[in-house]
Write a protein that binds this ligand. Structure first.
Ligand SMILES: Nc1ncnc2c1ncn2[C@@H]1O[C@H](COP(=O)(O)OP(=O)(O)OP(=O)(O)O)[C@@H](O)[C@H]1O
Ligand SMILES: [Mg+2]
Length: 375
């Protein structure tokens, strides 16, 4: 049994030696902080062995242990230390191998490629990093696809709009020249030319106005001046404003609101969105067909539905209907719209924290706008 005083002395020497070596080890780790993990692990095992050796040397000198005993203790410690160093180097190699294979995967994914996590089994933290990288690349991929789709629709918009502007402008110029040169002189034709020029100018003005509205929506510059209004009143106004168009086309138009339905909206902007929906519905409904607008409330939201008799929209078109410049095959005829109406309607509804959707129902389609009810 070792006497208590001797025991305290042993602890003090061992701790002193270990602290000294530990301090040197920490400084070495700090100096090598940018180096390879293997070098850092080597420092850790060297510090462990050195601390033990220093402790043993200090104690053996102090306690006058025989040279033979000291050599045995030191040899055992050094062998243990060498094994520890070997294991550290192996671990270092494994860590470096793992990081390298992650690096190779990231490089292979490059700018636009897909990230495939390394096939070898990685330590848990590196495997987690790989999984996170994989998820990040997937998100990046989705964002890039969205951006590409937007860019395509923007390009199409510019192409179509310039075409749609050029055609009526050429017509206007031809009519103006004919009037100027008095090629047409009879009163009926002259009046017809004037009426047509006016109609074309109105159409061009509406298109430029739509483009301006859309650019304000996309720039986030839509300033809503919200007021508390009844959704039923907005529906009545929309019906009144589109009635002449429906009558001219022989389409029955019906509006209906259930209850007061107070909403806090910019009446002019939301009216514009509803008008776009109703004008579309009238345009795509054959003569004698009906268009119905219903406003109501459910689950704390106000809603407006616009149902028509267009005969249904092809399923593959449904998800793209609200995209800028999207117009169905049948609409790509001279005099058709520019494909801005629904993109504007969606922009306005979303600016009101609402949602807009479409589905085929009965012999036509139904657009639904949902808005938070005003309290
Ligand atoms: N009520 C509807 N019934 C059937 N198809 C519709 C209806 N509303 C929209 N669509 C389809 O969606 C397309 C996009 O509509 P949108 O209102 O955005 O553009 P547009 O009416 O063609 O042109 P614009 O509104 O700019 O004058 C239309 O071209 C049409 O093919
Ligand atoms: Mg439209």
């Amino acid at each position: 049994m070792i006497p208590f005083n001797a025991f305290v002395e042993v602890v003090a020497y061992a701790a002193g030696a270990a602290l000294l070596v530990g301090a040197v080890g920490v400084s070495a780790l700090y100096a090598l902080r940018g180096r390879s993990i293997t070098a850092l692990l080597a420092v850790v095992s060297a510090a462990t062995v050195l601390a033990t050796v220093a402790g043993i040397v200090a104690i053996t000198l102090k306690m006058l242990i025989s040279d033979h005993d000291r050599s045995v203790a030191l040899t055992v410690t050094v062998i243990g230390g060498l094994v520890g160093l070997g294991v550290s180097l192996l671990l270092g190699r494994r860590l470096i191998g793992g990081t390298r294979s992650l690096l190779v995967s990231v490089r292979a994914a490059g700018e636009g490629g897909r990230f495939g996590p390394p096939e070898r089994r990685l330590p848990a933290e590196l495997a987690e990093l790989g999984a996170e990288l994989s998820a990040a690349y997937e998100r990046l991929d989705a964002a890039r696809a969205r951006e590409r789709a937007l860019e395509t629709s923007r390009r199409e918009l510019v192409a179509w709009v310039s075409h749609d502007l050029r055609t009526p402008l050429a017509g206007l110029r031809a009519m103006a020249e004919a009037l100027e040169d008095e090629v047409v002189a009879d009163e009926v034709t002259v009046r017809q030319y004037h009426a047509q020029m006016r109609a074309e100018t109105d159409r061009l003005t509406a298109m430029v106005d739509d483009l301006f509205e859309l650019s304000r929506i996309h720039a986030g510059a839509l300033r809503l001046s919200r007021q508390r209004v009844g959704l039923g009143d907005l529906v009545s106004e929309t019906v009144a404003g589109t009635e002449p168009l429906a009558r001219a086309k022989g389409v029955r138009l019906r509006g209906q609101a259930e209850g007061v339905l107070p909403v806090e909206v910019d009446a002019a902007e939301l009216g514009r969105a509803l008008r776009n929906l109703v004008v579309n519905a009238i345009r795509h409904t054959p003569e004698d067909g009906g268009v119905e607008i219903v406003a109501g409330a459910e689950e704390g939201m106000a809603y407006v539905t616009v149902s028509d008799a267009c005969g249904g929209i092809p399923d593959e078109d449904l998800p793209r209907l609200f995209d800028v410049a999207f117009r169905g095959e049948t609409a790509r005829t001279p005099g058709g719209g520019a494909g801005l109406g629904l993109a504007i309607a969606r922009g306005i509804v979303e600016a009101h924290a609402g949602e807009i959707g479409v589905s085929n129902a009965g012999g036509g389609c139904r657009f639904v706008v949902r808005l938070p009810l005003g309290v």
